[in-house]
Design a protein around this ligand. Structure first.
Ligand code: UD1
Ligand code: UDP
Length: 380
């Protein structure tokens, strides 16, 4: 028996985290694997497809400028439902918590196609934060038949919600698998703008885009960055700005042309990962960065009010600092002034994986389909 798997994704981080799974499945004769992208992101998705040499079999190309949640969702459901009806897979694999993830799971359900959820079980238990991601992942979890939980914490969340233990595999996060392929020493950046930056001093790497931070909170973050640059003459801010115009219209007017603030377009992931590895400190509202940075020994200040990724907070390498200008400046200042506080956070720990998550996902699928008797040994 060959298991026909469709991996389905649409935005940058999903592509980065699904690439190792696609590779792993493609190398095994028990699977035939195809890639369906919604194109919820366009340029930022294509950057990743190019880097990991992924050629989609289907591309719905749904992105529109300033797309709304309902229109993006409906375009994705309609397109995916047709694909799954006409070219029926044995299972689809979705990732995480985007609109594409939920739309794909629902479209599969309409066709009674099983769903495997990669990066399952992350929760804040706050319906509106992150918005709409918390509900996307809960609803996807409700539709999923197999749950690939990255950590024991995410498995515990699923068990509390009544998910059957037998349907959960604890695998580690595939972000760590991807990092192992991108971070190299020595490494020469290829982005033309990045190559030319005078990156002496301490680099503060910034990435923000979350919907609940649009407007006022994002403006406060930008002002906090200006405060930090003014207070610390050796600090350089490097900020690859998300392509969402709603983000750019806050960030660019506030920060363009400011001394030691370098605004870039989104970087290719190999450049970005290697820049992370060199950064002194990361300030972000991103989910993926909270997983990658601890593996690289770089402290992260999360500019949000909560996180669905508590493992690195508990380990001490990530701190949630809220979204007020004052709070962000205070916490960053503490780390920039006190070597002791900084070194305590800098410890490289890796609660998110050992680079073997994709292998465990493949083995979990083999077990789920009855092709091997044993469950994979779990990531602990
Ligand atoms: C989406 C996901 C979010 C994820 C983020 C990763 C949802 C609801 N949101 O948020 O969970 O953390 O991706 O980055 O699923 N745009 C471009 N080119 C691109 C990408 C985006 O121009 O390559 C612009 C478009 O105008 C688009 C807008 O950004 O309409 C917003 O994109 P969208 O996917 O709706 O939301 P994100 O904030 O990117
Ligand atoms: N990333 C990238 N280029 C950039 C910024 C980020 O490749 O310029 C990568 C980053 O390493 C991580 C992922 O994109 O793997 C995070 O994506 P994002 O923050 O957009 O989404 P989230 O993880 O919050 O869903």
């Amino acid at each position: 028996m060959t298991v026909k798997v469709f991996t389905v994704f649409g935005v940058r981080p999903e592509a980065i985290k699904m690439a190792p799974v696609i590779n792993e499945l493609a190398g095994r004769p028990e699977f035939s694997v195809s890639v369906c992208v919604t194109g919820q992101h366009r340029e930022m998705l294509d950057q990743v497809l190019r880097l990991f040499k992924i050629t989609p079999r289907y591309d719905l190309n749904i992105m529109r400028e300033r797309q709304t949640l309902p229109e993006t969702f409906s375009r994705a459901v309609l397109g995916l439902e047709t694909i799954f009806r006409e070219d029926r897979p044995d299972i689809i694999l979705v990732h995480g918590d985007t609109l594409t993830t939920f739309a794909a799971s629902l479209a599969a359900f309409f066709n009674q196609v099983p769903v495997g959820h990669v990066e399952a079980g992350l929760r804040t238990y706050d319906k509106y934060s992150p918005f709409p991601e918390e509900m996307n992942r809960k609803l996807t979890g409700a539709l999923a038949d197999v749950h690939f939980a990255p950590t024991a914490t995410s498995r515990a969340n699923l068990l509390r919600e009544g998910v059957l233990a037998a349907s959960i595999y604890v695998t580690g996060n595939t972000a760590i698998d991807a990092l192992a392929t991108t971070v190299r020493q020595p490494y020469a950046f290829h982005d033309v703008a990045l190559k030319q930056l005078p990156l002496g001093g301490r680099v503060l790497l910034v990435e923000v885009h979350r919907r609940e931070n649009w407007g006022e909170p994002m403006a406060a973050m930008c002002l906090a960055l200006l405060d930090l640059v003014a207070a610390f003459p050796d600090v350089q801010v490097v900020f690859p700005v998300h392509l969402n115009p709603v983000v750019r219209e806050v960030v660019l007017p506030c920060l363009a042309g400011q001394e030691r603030v370098h605004l870039l377009d989104p970087l290719d992931t190999d450049d970005f990962h290697n820049l992370m590895a060199r950064a002194h400190l990361i300030l972000t509202d991103s989910g993926g960065l909270q997983e990658e940075a601890p593996a690289l020994g770089v402290p992260v200040l999360v500019m949000r009010n909560n996180t669905e990724r508590p493992e690195a907070v508990e380990a001490g390498t990530v701190a949630v600092v809220g979204t007020s200008r004052r709070g962000i400046v205070e916490q960053a200042t503490r780390l920039l002034q006190s070597t002791e506080a900084y070194n305590t956070m800098k410890t490289a720990i890796n609660p998110y994986g050992d680079g073997q998550a994709a292998r465990r996902i493949a083995e979990g699928l083999l077990h789920h389909f009855g092709l091997v008797p044993a469950r994979p040994r779990e990531w602990a």
